[in-house]
Every structure is written in C-alpha cells, then in structure tokens.
Design a protein around this ligand. Structure first.
Ligand SMILES: Nc1ncnc2c1ncn2[C@@H]1O[C@H](COP(=O)(O)OP(=O)(O)O)[C@@H](O)[C@H]1O
Ligand SMILES: [Mg+2]
Length: 283
C-alpha cells in the first residue's frame, strides 16, 4: 500500500507575487538555424535520420532543430530516445543527458491550436503586448510552462524538475524508470484514493496560494513516480488574475472530484473549490 506524502513547505521557498517578463526575442536557436553552418547541417541530418524522429522531423522547423542543437551543445541532451507521447500541441521524448534521463517536450509551431491557446494567454499579465505572431506565442507558451514548473516547485508541489528551456523546447526531469515513463493516475488502480485525494487537494491549494490555477488538471496530468504523485503539463496554467481563472479552477475541481468519486472516495467539487481558495491564515 502506497502512502503519498507532501513536500514540507518549510523546505520550499515562498515565491512572491512578481512575474518575470517572458522574453520571446530571437535567440541562439534562431541564429543557429539562420547561419546553417556545417555542424548544424550534420546534426540536422542525424536527427532526421533517427528512427524515432522519422515521422516528426518534417514537422520540426529549422529553428526547432536549432534549439535542439543548442541544448545538445550545452550538455542538457546527449542522445534522443523514443517518444513518450505525441499530443496535439507537443511531443514528449525521452532523452539521455550526461547523468540521467530527461524528458524533452517540443511544442510544434505550426500544428498548435492558437484559438485554444489564446483563451489562456489573453489576460495573463506575463503575455501583455506579445501580439499574435504564431512563433512568439508558442515560444512564450514554452517559457510559461518552464516558469510555472519553477513556481509550482518552489511552492512545494511535486512536478518534474525544470532543467532548461530553449525556444519551443523544454527539458525536464524524466519521471519514470529504466526508460519507462511513470504511469498516469488514469492508468493505475488507486489503492488509497483518500490519501491520493488529500495530496492533490493540497497541491491545488499550494498552487492557488502562489497565484496559479492549473487549468487542465485531471487524472491524465498526474503521474505516479517513486511512490509519489507529480503534477504535469503546466503550459496552460494561468495566474489567479486571469479573467477566466475561476472557470478553469471550477473545471479542475470537477475533474478531480469526478475521478476520486469514481474511485470510491466521494468528493464534492464545490467543497474542493472552497478548500483550494481558502485564504492562507499565515501569508
Ligand atoms: N517529465 C516527464 N516524465 C515522464 N513522462 C512525461 C513527462 N512529461 C510528460 N510525460 C508524458 O507525456 C505525456 C504528455 O505530456 P504533457 O506534458 O501532459 O503534454 P500534453 O500537452 O501533450 O498533454 C504525459 O501524460 C506523460 O505520460
Ligand atoms: Mg497532458
């Protein structure tokens, strides 16, 4: 029987309410892609010939390859493994670095659903003045996921450790063992739904208290790793200042409540909202 526990908040930093600006200007990846030097050409050919990239390589634009090249040069990635997931907006790959496996999430510039993204971006103070340039939006989105992971981690929520971000590519801790990804909560039989629920509820409250609402929380974005629960996929998470943050929070609570109720631990979605939004007695 697994007993999940929480990160002690005394160990966690308490972030303030300041938001760093998201810089979406051209970076090293764009420069690499533009200069098309020989080493980059070789890297590109190598990537395009790699079995696991056969299908997707055509989807990667030059600057995405430039970003991967930069991450390899900087030592964050040594070799690519297979895909862990191919989603609507992003693909996630297993990769090796010098010390341990990492997960590499690559957002697609072209295939992304911009209408859906806009719903989350409009109203987020970090995106003011970004405009509607596709590339800029995806780059900002990737940086936002990185920043959200850092903020969640600082608040004592278990998330994959964010390692590096380059343009539309995010490198993070790999949750899994021997190359096998950790199971999603939707894929395991939850032996002790009550404890699992208490942990998730606390994660949601901690996120809320540092000004974040996940916005896509469900059993599909929670992973079991080393006997603990981790929250994934923070790209769409919005600040509590966002005009729709309450709607997103209600939806997250409904998903979580429905899941645990199906697992035999009855949860009322409205009481979950009240729990999550209860003011911090010692701010
Ligand atoms: N850091 C990670 N470690 C292990 N598996 C991961 C990691 N990040 C993502 N995954 C796997 O990839 C899937 C998709 O990742 P996610 O961030 O949820 O992207 P999407 O936006 O496509 O849903 C997850 O459900 C999980 O199975
Ligand atoms: Mg997901």
């Amino acid at each position: 029987m697994t007993d999940y526990d929480l990160v002690d908040t005394d160990e966690a930093d308490t972030p303030g309410d300041e938001w760093e600006e998201l810089d979406v200007s051209d970076d090293e990846s764009d420069r690499i892609a533009r200069t098309q030097d020989r080493e980059f050409q070789e890297f590109r050919k190598r990537i395009e010939d790699t079995e696991q990239f056969k299908v997707e390589a055509s989807v990667f634009d030059d600057a995405t390859l430039g970003a991967l090249y930069k991450l390899v040069q900087d030592g964050y990635i040594r070799a690519f493994g297979g895909p862990l997931s191919t989603g609507k907006e992003a693909n996630v790959y297993l990769a090796g670095s010098d010390d341990e496996d990492v997960a590499v999430k690559i957002y697609r510039i072209n295939a992304s659903d911009f209408r859906a993204m806009r719903e989350y971006l409009d109203g987020d103070p970090r995106f003011e003045g970004i405009g509607s340039d596709k590339k800029k939006v995806v780059v900002a989105w990737t940086r936002k996921e990185f920043a959200n992971l850092q903020r969640a981690q600082a608040a004592g929520v278990r998330v994959p450790d964010p390692i590096a971000v380059q343009r539309n590519v995010l490198v993070m801790e790999f949750l899994g063992r021997d190359g096998q990804r950790g199971r999603r909560l939707s894929e395991v039989s939850v032996e002790n739904p009550e404890t699992a629920f208490e942990v998730i509820r606390e994660y949601m409250r901690r996120l809320y208290r540092v000004g974040l609402v996940h916005g896509d929380l469900s059993e599909y974005n929670i992973v079991v790793h080393g006997d603990q629960l981790y929250v994934l996929d923070l790209g769409q998470a919005v600040t509590t200042h966002h005009p729709n943050s309450r709607e997103f929070l209600d939806r997250d609570c409904e998903n979580v409540a429905a899941f645990f109720t199906r697992q035999g631990h009855e949860v009322d979605s409205e009481s979950l909202v009240s729990y999550v939004t209860e003011p911090d007695p010692e701010p």
